[in-house]
Design a protein around this ligand. Sequence first.
Ligand SMILES: Nc1ncnc2c1ncn2[C@@H]1O[C@H](COP(=O)(O)OP(=O)(O)OP(=O)(O)O)[C@@H](O)[C@H]1O
Ligand SMILES: [Mg+2]
Length: 256
Amino acid sequence: MSKPAIQFNHVTKSFNGHTVIPDLNFTVNQGEFVTILGSSGSGKTTTLKMINGLLQPDSGEIMINGQLLRDLDIVKLRRHMGYVVQQIGLFPHMTIKENLAVAPKMLGWQQGQIDERVTELLKLVQLNPAEYANRYPSQLSGGQQQRVGVARALAANPPYVLFDEPFGALDALTRLELQKEIKRIHSSLADKTFMFVTHDLNEAFYLGQRVMIMHNGKIEQFATPDEIMQVPATDFVKQLLATGHQNQALWGQYHD
Ligand SMILES: Nc1ncnc2c1ncn2[C@@H]1O[C@H](COP(=O)(O)OP(=O)(O)OP(=O)(O)O)[C@@H](O)[C@H]1O
Ligand SMILES: [Mg+2]
């Protein structure tokens, strides 16, 4: 039985009188890996920020694990949501280990428990703890820093992890490697709900168990990659698939 983890009911959002999200409705189930695919300005980041309480909807309801988000304690909510963004945002004056320890420390974990967790996290993202734990962010490549960004989002073992174009600034090969990594991490951790924003069709179709295609703040289609490929719901989706057509050979390779 699938259990609803994140639900939007008639959610609307405007900025300065300009409607960005006119009426958003969807349900993401516990343990799902959902990607949100859409062009620039389609409302992807706004949607993620409403899920972790950085932005409030103007109207409508957001439910997290069956509870109204506006009734939840915001600090507690954030602890339950890992957040990875493109601009990594590691603390430059802290070592990798210290960066990873921030959330566990806030939760009052014992030092021994934190050390264990840091080692476990670095292994999870395939960085050798002996080599990297005591380095500073500037001593890592962009791809390595982004691995730490992913590890940090997972540090306190949150049930939800939100990713906002985390690999956008990386070269194609590093990006592919991290895509594989993130997919492996999702399947290795039980019951984690991942929402991953991207404007890259291949990334969205490779990672998402379901893909939410957004345009102008509306969902054009929300379905499995196969369903979208077989029955594109709107002209926009058809066009999107056509533009991605030249890359489909590559997408096929991903799925071998
Ligand atoms: N704080 C804000 N104040 C005013 N307008 C905003 C604000 N945040 C977002 N917007 C506007 O809302 C719309 C949607 O923005 P959003 O950041 O959600 O898009 P996006 O899909 O994440 O785009 P991108 O792919 O470029 O990151 C845009 O037109 C943007 O200019
Ligand atoms: Mg964005």
